[in-house]
Design a protein around this ligand. Sequence first.
Ligand SMILES: [Zn+2]
Length: 124
Amino acid sequence: MGTKSRETIYGGSVRAAAERVREARKQADRLAIEAWNKRMLAFKGPAQPSPTLGDALNAGYGYLEVKCLGCDTHQTVALDILRRSKATPIHELERYMRCKDCSQVRGYAYKDRRDRGRRTIARE
Ligand SMILES: [Zn+2]
């Protein structure tokens, strides 16, 4: 029997392979978010399908920026404090966002539910 443990023989390559997977996933998530942002900026939708909350966080995107069609201002929400499943598509999050200014003016929680026309993008 050899004296080297499996850890000594294979440990490095197993860890290196796992690291490559992590890097590739991060890269893929990043590209998916970039593609979604591009579509939102260029065509203003459709917002679905969209990457998931987990994808956005893994890619290093910590915020969702939503432009309110009521008043043209931007609202930003931090993705890492949301109590939602990591599998939630990020386009679903915008439905829960209400505009503070518009809500105050209108006297009720103003949420824009139009699918197209508004601009929502993920931010780092
Ligand atoms: Zn507004």
